[in-house]
Design a binder for this molecule. Sequence first.
Ligand code: M6R
Length: 370
Amino acid sequence: EKGGWDSFMDKEIHEDPAAVQRTLLGRFDTNGDITLDEVRIDEHDFKSIDKIIVVACGTASYAGQVAKYAIEHWVRIPVEIELAHEFRYRDPILTPRTLVVAISQSGETMDTLMALRHAREQGSKVLAICNTQGASIPRESDAVLYTHAGPEVAVASTKAFVAQITAAYLLGLYLAQVKGAMFRDEIHQMLDSLKDMPRKIQWVLDTQPKTIQAAAERMVNANSFLFLGRHVGYPVALEGALKLKEIAYTFTEGFAAGELKHGPIALVDEGEPVVFIVPPQRGRNVLHAKVISGIEEVKARGAYIIAVAEQGDPDVERYADVVFWRPACPTLMSPLVDVVPLQLFAMDMAKLKGYDVDKPRNLAKSVTVE
Ligand code: M6R
């Protein structure tokens, strides 16, 4: 069942492109407009939504955090991300115009299930983004947008993450469509970029593994790692840090790169590995320059720099010790590619240390207790 791979994690990372592709399948009408057929919230209710709250845990919450940047930009309504276990206990402000989006691979995470029950009791509509047909979370929601990543067996979530981002982006573009928040052409342009992402992810899987393996061999004895990113690169940094701690048992911390000078830079010492998610060079140039200056700062303190960056980025070539390259793509699409080398890196590190990458210690695939 591992299809020739030596672990489920290996197999599932290699299914990242298919997970995105399958999640996009069958969601468009003959005009290329988005249709969400498993959604039982009528268009009128969708039109009236004035706030989104994402409730999720772990990797699913980072997918939500990525989607926040896109949906706020596209739909111009506030999107809050809340860890499901915090949400219920703080008396959140919920109205019938709030859409609560519960993201869960398994659909059985108790914290997320309790959060959605609380939201529905307060009169809000809940839409589930879920990878498991008929699980508790989709069963109890007003609407479901399934991620068609296929069954995910390894405890560390990989292909579900890229599928969750894809589904949340579809939701965002659908809302932009029904609310008239974007021009049709703009929506179609975004959809075209999204449809192009499986090919770009495949490029990473085809060309980057040797570099990633060599980096893992070099860093296998490192005691700790910092992961830094800005904008959509920030949740990608958090996800990269989570993968490495979950399966390689390495102490990691993810930060927003802008926060460096407000504290974390104190941790940087000679040889400390620091992973930077560098935004595309075009488009959001301001961010690119800011991340590069963060790299310069830590480099000056002797850090070992690993960068995830756009192919041929000259600034990155100048400063980074190792680079995992990404093909050029729009900033909002970059998380779909950037997480892939980090998934591979964590897996390689864990294998080098002799750990079971599919069943890390102390963790369960689905956390069915609060
Ligand atoms: O099944 P869910 O998506 O609801 O699970 C949420 C988290 O428990 C899950 O993402 C966890 O963080 C994974 N072990 C991450 O690899």
